[in-house]
Design a protein around this ligand. Structure first.
Ligand code: PY5
Length: 302
């Protein structure tokens, strides 16, 4: 449960979370028509640091655009709104959730000209998956939707039904998380994470052309890999390649860098967290806490 003293930003104003009123019949709750972002902020030595805020807000606005959703705030206004929300909630690690939705209790399916509300919460950080020990994943029998069906590069609530059903299938079978293949059987991503494999010091991850969310963490890892002496290839990955990889990990705002130690009951490498994964995770955590000068441009000091 979130703290009842939580201050949230709702349609231009900071207010108590418990004072926000939204009808249960709202379009976005009934039909999954909301759009959202997930952003993290970390407590550094001299205050709270928001990671790649601008990039997240750009993706948020692009998602809105793809869905014909007219958001009445600019890129600058939304960035300031996130900063104000963080400021109002103190100094700690946060997970930030901007959310735009049709706020209307007219039950019809068409959102045409319905009122759009924008909400931002910054809730205390929590670990998303079992990031410390590594996770066991299983290939879901559900396929990633492709972009003929829904825009996979948009971060819309409805897309997550594909993620949720895949996750529940494997979670109820005793695994930590799902691996989702694309319609052709190539590796796509996790329900809320991008995936990388490492083979012979090369990072391999599905590319721009694949049906995945273009993760901002994924992009960050690609950009820092050279500093760690690793090469990167963006290409399609056959399912069997993952089983014989040296190391495998998920990336995501929530998941950060999550080592994967087993896929479909096959141990990856020696079944322990790999050296490169450990190095990448350490560097990522140093960057987000403002300890790597070269990447301080990714951080907004609050
Ligand atoms: N793929 C999917 C389907 C995602 O939902 C996410 C992020 C990613 C990849 C990674 O993207 P990024 O690195 O930009 O975060 N998932 C969200 C997150 O905040 C929501 C999870 C509940 O991590």
């Amino acid at each position: 449960m979130v703290n009842e003293n939580l201050k949230v930003w709702f349609d231009g104003k900071l207010m108590n979370y418990s004072d926000v009123r939204v009808p249960v019949l709202t379009h976005s709750l009934q039909y999954g028509s909301g759009i959202f972002e997930g952003i993290r902020a970390y407590l550094g030595n001299d205050g709270v640091l928001i990671f790649r805020l601008r990039d997240h807000i750009i993706r948020f606005m692009n998602t809105a655009k793809i869905y014909y959703m007219n958001i009445n705030y600019s890129l600058e206004e939304l960035q300031l709104a996130v900063i104000d929300t963080v400021k109002a909630n103190g100094k700690m690690d946060f997970y930030i959730r901007p959310f735009a939705f049709y706020n209307d209790d007219n039950i019809g399916l068409s959102p045409f000209k319905k009122k759009i509300s924008v909400f931002i919460a910054a809730v205390p950080f929590r670990e998303y998956l079992n990031e410390k020990d590594g996770v066991r994943i299983k290939t879901s029998s559900w396929r990633r939707m492709n972009s003929n069906i829904l825009p996979v590069k948009a971060k819309a609530s409805g897309n997550y039904l594909n993620s949720i059903i895949a996750h529940m299938e494997v979670r109820t079978a005793g695994y930590d998380e799902a691996l989702i293949l694309d319609e052709h059987g190539y590796i796509a991503e996790g329900p809320g994470e991008n995936i990388f494999i490492i083979k012979d010091n090369t990072l391999i991850t599905p590319g721009e052309e694949s049906d995945i969310l273009q993760g901002i963490t994924r992009d960050s890892i690609i950009r820092i890999s050279g500093d760690l002496g690793l090469n990167v290839k963006e290409r399609m990955i056959h399912r069997e390649e993952i089983y014989t990889a040296d190391e495998v990990f998920f990336t995501g705002t929530a998941a950060e860098i999550t080592p994967i130690i087993e896929v479909d009951n096959i141990r990856i490498g020696n079944g322990r967290i790999g050296e490169n994964t450990r190095k990448i995770k350490e560097m990522y955590m140093d960057i987000v806490r403002g300890k790597v000068a070269k990447y301080n441009g990714w951080l907004i000091h609050v």
